[in-house]
Design a binder for this molecule. Structure first.
Ligand SMILES: [Zn+2]
Length: 670
């Protein structure tokens, strides 16, 4: 490979890893499986190992994890929390053993093999046997002080058991907070009943719970913990890891009993393999095993690389698979007309949840796998992502299986499907396709777009099916009589919906641009575009050249925007929108120029009662202000909600004005 190609490849990998870090750590919404992530990471590592001159300080390989979340004080771990190197095969375990043997010269050594809990790593500090604080791993060096949340976990002792002979004067313990499978299911059940999005898996549920600002809610999440190690210790010398575990148990800590001492690597491998199936009987999830050198003196001699210790390694299990039957294959039509095939499965239990459908991605995938209706298939769910069909058990075929023909027409509108030359996906290009219309309307009305409360799936289905709306402009032409006639709609709820529709007319321009559903234009791009053009009419008149001159708009997005505004039908919809007096520019109410906060920097922190943080920031922008995430001496004021965290201290130290929600309301009404 050419040097510049390698450079490009490295940057692309970094970007992909960063995006997923963000989804995983900040939003708790992973988009790819851990294995895929590790594969990306290892590929990047290989490239960088081969070309050390291309390593930059901001490469994901150069840091250990997430950055602290907002709302908690940041604490420094006495000893950084390192991450462990992952392996996936017996071969790699043998290689690890070779390295240990070589480095320890001819010394005897033994391993302790433990379960690898699929939870959240934390660090607990005790002084003279008394609890001081607990923190998340964070970036390894610094984490969030989540003491109040950790203290809700009853299995964490607030002081050491009195019958231990000796207590360390200062000790930093390492453990893993987790949620049992049962608690996970019951919490998700409640969430679904309340119409909230369920957690993807027990690990995300535990991580999400630890980041809650209200410990009372955390307590209801019934988290639990296993202590598995030591970061720092003053006052007691432990000879071996197993001595430490024994001591911790006596001192009142929860230590997992399923560990084994092994002298030979082949015993290590056997023990690891035995847990591949045994793990299903545990009431919590593990995603592998951890192999550690038992002798702490030897650990010191082995030392560590900049990222991970040389005396330990993680062995990760392959993703869980299950065999089930394909009852049917259906196709779904997305907002932009993309057709996606989905396998309807005989429900099967997998990774702690019941799976009844799996994505087939596209029709090439159906062909590649040769999936037929009636086939027995292996499905994989690597924790959090949507389950997918891995392979077909062809030896189980009876001859009655039916192959699924490539659809020629859209299931919703029967128009011919097309595939673009550079895309595998089939699409329905009929602008009047009811399935697309429904998706577009749901997007238009969604929380992050025009935020029309009450405009959900059930009502959208009815409105479109009855021909009452054909596009999102029609929403603003609905009359009381139209809605009242729908199933399960009474006068009151119809009035509520009309009110919500009316209210949405004054949504900010960036929301409207996002709501239009232009391909490739996400929330952030919509904001950039709104800032640049200031009105729909200016935007619609912009050519590709002008669009690509904006730093954050690439050629693909520019072309997509241009196509959208060249389409007669779209222009017609926009004209009808403007005739309803919907806000189509930044001028008018909440104009940026001359707003009361013009040119001022404002920081929003903590939990607010009446607004989400992003909504409050939007209000600041609408008044001409610039929301910022860090406090400096130039900050005009800090709007603080509940549990505001360290930003308040900084504001106080700098003498920056701190206001509450009531004062903020007064300001925005001015
Ligand atoms: Zn269609």
């Amino acid at each position: 490979m050419q040097k510049e190609n390698i450079e490009k490849e490295i940057e692309a990998l970094r970007q992909k890893i960063r995006e997923n870090d963000d989804l995983y750590y900040v939003l708790n919404k992973p988009a790819i499986s851990d294995q895929e992530y590790d594969r990306l990471y290892r590929k990047l590592k290989e490239f960088e190992d081969a070309h050390p001159e291309l390593i930059t300080p901001d490469s994901p390989t150069q840091r250990v994890g997430e950055s602290p979340a907002e709302g908690f004080a940041v604490v420094k771990h006495i000893v950084p929390m390192m991450s462990m190197e992952n392996t996936y095969s017996a071969e790699e375990l043998k290689e690890f053993d070779e390295r240990v043997r070589k480095n320890l010269k001819k010394e005897e050594y033994e391993y302790v093999v433990e379960l690898k809990f699929d939870g959240v790593s934390i660090s607990l500090l005790y002084e003279k046997g008394r609890w001081v604080r607990g923190a998340t791993r964070g970036d390894g060096a610094e984490g969030d002080d989540v003491s109040n949340n950790l203290k809700t976990i009853r299995s964490i002792p607030l002081k050491f058991n009195e019958n231990v002979k000796k207590v360390p004067s200062r000790v930093e313990l390492r453990g893993e907070v987790y949620m049992t499978k049962d608690v996970f299911e019951s919490i998700n059940c409640e969430k679904e009943k309340a119409g909230e999005e369920p957690f993807a898996n027990p690990r995300n549920a535990a991580a999400g719970s630890l980041k809650l600002l209200d410990p009372r809610i955390v307590a209801k999440r019934r988290l639990n913990i296993f202590i598995w190690g030591l970061g720092y210790c003053e006052g007691i010398d432990f000879g071996r890891h197993t001595d430490l575990l024994e001591y911790l148990k006596e001192a009142g800590f929860r230590v997992n009993p399923h560990f084994k001492l092994c002298k030979e690597i082949k015993d290590v491998i056997d023990f690891c393999n035995s847990w591949k199936t045994k793990r299903e009987k545990l009431d919590f999830e593990i995603d592998g095993m951890v192999v550690k050198v038992n002798d702490l003196g030897q650990r010191e001699r082995l030392g560590s690389t900049s990222k991970s210790p040389r005396w330990a390694i993680a062995y990760k299990f392959p993703a869980q698979k299950a065999l089930t039957e394909v009852k049917d294959i259906i196709v779904q039509v997305g907002r932009t007309g993309t057709i996606t095939p989905v396998a309807i499965l005989k429900p099967v239990h997998l990774s702690g949840s019941t799976v009844s459908r799996a994505t087939l991605h596209n029709f090439d995938e159906i062909e590649r796998l040769d999936v037929r209706i009636g086939d027995k298939v292996y499905v994989e769910k690597s924790g959090e992502i949507i389950p997918k069909v891995l392979s077909v058990a062809k030896d189980k075929r009876t001859g009655k299986e039916k192959s699924f023909p490539l659809p020629k027409v859209c299931p919703a509108c029967a128009s011919r499907l097309h595939s673009a030359p550079d895309e595998v996906a089939l699409r329905c290009e009929n602008a009047g396709c009811p399935a697309q219309i429904k998706e577009k309307i749901l997007h238009f009305a969604s929380r992050d777009a025009m935020d029309i409360e009450g405009m959900g799936i059930a009502i959208t289905d009815q409105l479109v099916d009855r021909g009452l709306i054909k596009d999102y402009a029609d929403i603003y032409y609905l009359k009381m009589g139209d809605i009242e006639r729908l199933d399960r709609y009474a006068e009151k709820s119809a009035a509520n919906l009309l009110n919500a529709i009316e209210k949405s007319k004054s949504s900010d321009l960036n929301r409207l641009i996002y709501a239009l559903g232009i391909r490739h234009v996400g929330e952030h791009s919509a904001w950039v575009i709104a800032e640049h053009f200031g009105s729909i009419s200016k935007l619609s008149g912009a050519g590709i050249d002008e669009l690509t001159r904006i730093r954050e708009i690439g050629p693909v997005m520019a072309e997509s925007i241009n196509n959208f505004f060249s389409n007669k039908e779209n222009l017609n919809i926009l004209r009808r929108l403007s005739e309803t007096n919907i806000k189509m520019s930044r001028s008018g109410i909440g104009a940026k120029k001359g707003g009361v906060l013009e040119g001022k920097t404002v920081v929003v922190t903590g939990t607010l009662k009446n607004y989400s943080r992003s909504r409050a920031e939007e209000l600041v922008r609408s008044l001409g202000g610039n929301p910022s995430s860090s406090v400096s001496k130039n900050t005009y004021f800090v709007l603080a909600g509940e549990e505001p965290g360290s930003k308040i201290d900084k504001a106080k130290a700098l003498g920056v004005k701190i206001i509450d929600e009531e004062e903020f309301k007064k300001i925005i009404k001015l």
